[in-house]
Design a protein. Structure first.
Length: 267
């Protein structure tokens, strides 16, 4: 297993690279990865010359959503413990969403579940032509409650009502069509395409960029404060759903590599 689930560095231009580093599980998130993302943002926030952040995933896949083995371990814990997990997950996405600098996500391979929320919280998203996406939570009897606002901002309610309900997989070109990504490039050109966007961002006034982003977020549901009552409700819904018998059946079906029996998963 990777010693450091999140890596980061900052170059002389003020460009930070934050890398999800659990390639052995396709960068699926658990408590370590969530805390690693929060710690990286804490440290980068102390850097006076920070200008742009680039988010990447090590290995073949960008981010495979939640580590369902970890989720299944969290599920039987107390309601308070489950809510703490959901709040930390929400905070990681929301802090990325509201960073006062431009953020660029480079996506290859799988981007599932919470990964779609992560890229929805980024300002510019470039996908390799091998990228595959899915808002997977309903497949396991879970809900994507804490990322629905970011998804609605990026692809609109109409597309969320399809893709978050079907849980279907779709490719990079469909992701561009619905607005989840801005650009699709060959896998071999992903880094180059990202570097080009970074150079464009660095050519702009940093204060003007921060103000423009803040103004955009003012009209965005996804830009609301972590303390807002609506977000407290979403966090509770996210954690409560994890503890239902339906989620228990969904997670069991994943572990046992079988179709879920929803008739036995009411609750």
């Amino acid at each position: 297993m990777s010693a450091n689930p999140v890596l980061w560095d900052l170059d002389q231009r003020g460009v930070a690279t934050v890398t999800l580093n659990r390639p052995e599980v396709n960068n699926a998130y658990d408590a370590g990865l969530i805390n690693g993302v929060l710690a990286a943002m804490d440290e980068l926030g102390k850097k006076s010359h920070l200008r742009v952040a680039v988010l990447k995933g090590n290995g073949k896949h960008f981010q495979a959503g939640a580590d369902l083995k970890w989720i299944n371990g969290v599920r039987p814990k107390s309601p308070a413990e489950n809510e703490l997990v959901s709040r930390a997950t929400f905070e990681a996405v929301q802090r990325l969403n509201t960073l006062p600098i431009p953020t660029v996500a480079l996506v290859q391979g799988g981007c599932f579940g919470g990964g779609t929320g992560v890229i929805s919280a980024c300002d510019v998203v470039i996908a390799a032509d091998n990228a595959v996406f899915s808002i997977t939570e309903v497949r396991w009897g879970l809900t994507a409650a804490i990322i629905i606002p970011q998804l609605c901002d990026s692809i609109g309610v109409r597309q969320v009502r399809r893709y978050a309900l079907t849980g279907e997989r779709f490719g990079a070109e469909d992701a561009r069509r619905i607005g989840l990504v801005h650009e699709v490039v060959p896998l071999a050109e992903l880094e180059t395409a990202g570097a080009k966007v970074v150079e464009q961002l660095l050519a702009n006034g940093p204060e003007a960029l921060a103000e423009t982003k803040a103004l955009a977020l003012e009209s965005s549901f996804g830009g609301m404060s972590v303390d807002d009552d609506a977000y407290a409700r979403l966090v509770k819904m996210h954690s409560d759903r994890r503890r239902t018998s339906e989620a228990s059946e969904g997670l069991a079906s994943f572990a046992e590599k079988r179709a879920a029996n929803w008739g036995s998963g009411k609750g």
